[in-house]
Ligand binder design. Structure first.
Ligand code: AMP
Length: 397
């Protein structure tokens, strides 16, 4: 498969799908430029080759309306600052105005198109709209992992108009490589740490991951469905009674596949779902009525630490406690520290999907793990084993 390095962009116009869905304050200043920085290497590669870059993105959810608050013109300044080139802006992403602006571009220039979602055809994956987009570049580059799980016009359908002339950008390639490392090529032992609130939202991931890992740590709110299913008392802890059968089935599948499952043995229980609640450490299967497990206990963390330290490939999805409350964040912080240690000792660690990224950033582990995914939903679907349409559209040649 071709990578972006296989292309020479000299005198070529690259039509690049980026994810510039950035947060803005009340004065329309960009308050976090991470996503722009993440796309920079791809844009710079095109410019250094002697090409020009046409950038397209969505911002917010205008749902086909031209909501001026969601115009990408607001971010033009921030993009110019990050890229180091004065970025031009055009007030539509298709049609005469956009085509004229592209036709006038010189090598080394960057043009930002107006919000793709000002046209409802974008999210519908409309083919005629995608064809209009395709007129704005010679080579199509997808560098937006966060929307790769959507079959939208700019993320998927447009690729069909660039046979042999399409590629992933560096960011998307890095995401794919990180997932591959965990799911296929990672050094053993491979460990997945799955936390979060509910079994029901993680079931497809668990089932898919059982074929890939040697160890599975289950933590967070999911714990209690597994514990109750095995006859334990979970008090008032979050528990999905209708998923208990499933929990037992997962444990059986794991045994059959030779995967070692590690569940908490003790928990920090609270008498209320509040940071100010009274707390006590209890065995995970003896939580008194009126009490609920909100974080991993000390013996559990010791066990988790042992497994994490000896793993060579680590996937972390989901906190092991209610990390939003300071008194129940210690378990999640401890897990982060163990992963940091393992990573320093040569393990590959990937954090991604949903709330894990928020937890990792909040506690400053962002630069201590090998890779933090930029796409919540896209990462979850990848871990579920789905082929993302935006990725398939590039691979299909
Ligand atoms: P998810 O989006 O599925 O990864 O779930 C993340 C959420 O799970 C976070 O908001 C945590 O507060 C929550 N969570 C983790 N552990 C527990 C627990 N023991 N009880 C209730 N919620 C939890």
């Amino acid at each position: 498969m071709k990578t972006i390095d296989d292309f020479d962009f000299e005198n070529q116009k690259a039509l690049i799908r980026v994810d510039f869905n950035v947060p803005l304050d009340a004065e329309f200043n960009v308050t976090d430029t991470n996503r722009i920085e993440a796309a920079k290497p791809t844009i710079i590669k095109v410019l250094e080759d002697g090409g020009s870059a046409v950038l397209m993105s969505h911002l917010g959810r205008p749902k086909g309306d031209r909501n001026p608050d969601l115009s990408l013109k607001h971010i033009c300044h921030a993009v110019s600052e990050v890229i180091g080139v004065q970025v031009k802006f055009v007030g539509d992403c298709v049609g005469e105005m956009a085509e004229k602006a592209v036709a006038e571009m010189q090598a080394g220039e960057v043009l930002l198109l107006e919000n793709l979602r000002f046209h409802s055809e974008e999210e519908r994956g409309d083919k005629a709209f995608a064809e209009q987009l395709s007129k704005l570049g010679d080579i199509y580059v997808n560098d937006a992992f966060g929307t790769a799980h959507r079959a939208h016009a700019s993320t998927t359908i447009v690729a069909g108009f660039f046979p042999g002339k399409k590629s992933f950008g560096y960011l998307l390639a890095k995401e794919i490589e990180a997932i591959e490392k965990v799911m296929r090529t990672g050094e053993k032992p491979v460990l997945a740490i799955l936390g979060g609130a509910k079994v029901s939202s993680k079931i497809t991931i668990i089932e898919n991951i059982l074929d890939k890992v040697d160890h599975l740590i289950i933590g967070g709110g999911m714990t209690y469905t597994f514990v109750k299913a095995q006859g334990g008392q979970v008090g008032d802890s979050i528990c999905e009674d209708d998923k208990m059968e499933l929990a037992l089935d997962i444990l059986k599948q794991a045994r059959d596949k030779g995967v070692e499952v590690h569940l908490p043995v003790d928990v920090l229980a609270a008498n209320d779902f509040a940071n100010t609640a009274d707390t006590q450490v209890v065995d995970v299967d003896k939580i008194p009525s009126g009490w609920q497990g909100l974080d991993a206990g000390p013996a559990t963390l010791e066990n988790f630490g042992e497994i994490i330290r000896k793993s060579k490939t680590i996937l972390w999805n989901g906190p092991v406690g209610v990390f939003e409350m300071e008194n129940f964040a210690k378990g999640t912080i401890a897990v982060g520290n163990f992963i940091d240690e393992a990573t320093q000792n040569g393990a590959f660690s990937l954090v991604g999907g949903g709330d894990s990224v928020a937890a990792v950033k909040q506690f400053g582990f962002e630069h201590k793990v090998s890779y933090v995914s930029t796409g919540g939903g896209a990462m979850l679907e990848s871990l579920e084993g789905k082929t993302l349409p935006g990725i398939a559209a590039i691979i299909e040649g």
